[in-house]
Write a protein that binds this ligand. Structure first.
Ligand SMILES: [Zn+2]
Length: 247
C-alpha cells in the first residue's frame, strides 16, 4: 500500500520511538515469527503452509533462517492493513519487547496473518520488523511446498496471490521496496516477483524500471503468473540487511 497513508497514523505508534535498532552485521540468523488472529486460526493447515512458504522465500544463502509460529492472538479487526496502520499489531509487538505483552517478538520479522479481505488494496502492511496481511481462509488451499519449488512459477490464483502478499509484506519488514520487484516474460505469461506482485498489472503503478535495472514488460494478452523467488536486486538488498529490534 502507499506509504503516504501511514503518515497520519505514526503518532499512534509513539512507543516505537523508544525501540532501538541493533546492528548485527553480518546477520547470521534471520528470525521470522508469525501469529494468527483467532479467526485465522480456525482454518486447518494454515500455520504449516505459511511456515513452509516463508521458508521457501527467505531461505537464502547468506543467513540461517528460523521461521516459527507464535500461536494465535486476539485482535479487534481482521483488516490486514488497518491492524498495523492504526497501531494495534505494532503495539502488541512493542509491549512484547518490554516483557509485558502476550507475545514474544522475533528480532527481524513479526508477522500477523488475519482473515481480512484480499480483494481491494490495501490488504496488508509492512513497517520495519512488523507486518500484517489478511487472507487466512485462502492459505489452506495452497499446494504443499516441494523441494526446488523456489524457482517455480505458480498460477495467479487467490491462494498463491495471498501467500505472495504475505512474502511481500515480510519483505517490506526487512527493508525491501516495490522497486526491488521485477516482472518478466516466460512462455505465454508474465511472472511477477514478490515485491512487485499485482502491481505488475496495475496501470496506475508508477515507475518504469526496477532497482535491478530491468524494464517492466507489456502484459496485454499474456497470462498472469507469480513466483515466490526474490529478484537479484532484492537478494542483494537482503544481504545488506543489518539487524532488527533491540530495546
Ligand atoms: Zn508493498
Amino acid at each position: 500500500m502507499r506509504r503516504r497513508a501511514f503518515l497520519g497514523t505514526v503518532g499512534s505508534l509513539g512507543s516505537l520511538g523508544v525501540l532501538g535498532y541493533a546492528s548485527r552485521s553480518p546477520v547470521e540468523t534471520l528470525e521470522i515469527r508469525f501469529w494468527l488472529s483467532e479467526q485465522a486460526g480456525t482454518y486447518d493447515g494454515v500455520a504449516d503452509r505459511i511456515h513452509d512458504y516463508l521458508e521457501l522465500a527467505f531461505d537464502l544463502e547468506f543467513w540461517t533462517l528460523e521461521v516459527s509460529c507464535g500461536g494465535t492472538i486476539p485482535v479487534s479487526t481482521e483488516d490486514g492493513a488497518n491492524v498495523t496502520v492504526y497501531g494495534e499489531w505494532p503495539s502488541h509487538v512493542v509491549s512484547g519487547f518490554f516483557d509485558r505483552g502476550e507475545i514474544t517478538p522475533a528480532a527481524d520479522v513479526n508477522l500477523l496473518v488475519t482473515d481480512g479481505q484480499m480483494r481491494s488494496a490495501p490488504t496488508g502492511y509492512g513497517i520495519p520488523h512488523i507486518a500484517s496481511v489478511g487472507g487466512a481462509r485462502h492459505i489452506a488451499e495452497l499446494e504443499p511446498v516441494e523441494l526446488d519449488d523456489r524457482y517455480d512459477v505458480v498460477p495467479y490464483r487467490t491462494p498463491e496471490r495471498v501467500m505472495q502478499v504475505i512474502v511481500h509484506e515480510a519483505g517490506h519488514a526487512l527493508g525491501l521496496t516495490h522497486d526491488h520487484g521485477v516482472a518478466f516474460r516466460k512462455g505465454d505469461g508474465v511472472v511477477a516477483s514478490p515485491m512487485l506482485s499485482s502491481y505488475a498489472w496495475d496501470p496506475e503503478y508508477e515507475g518504469a524500471h526496477s532497482s535491478c535495472g530491468t524494464a517492466y514488460p507489456e502484459t496485454d494478452g499474456l497470462s498472469r503468473r507469480l513466483t515466490f523467488s526474490f529478484s537479484t536486486c532484492a537478494r542483494r538488498q537482503l544481504e545488506e540487511y543489518q539487524g532488527g529490534f533491540t530495546v
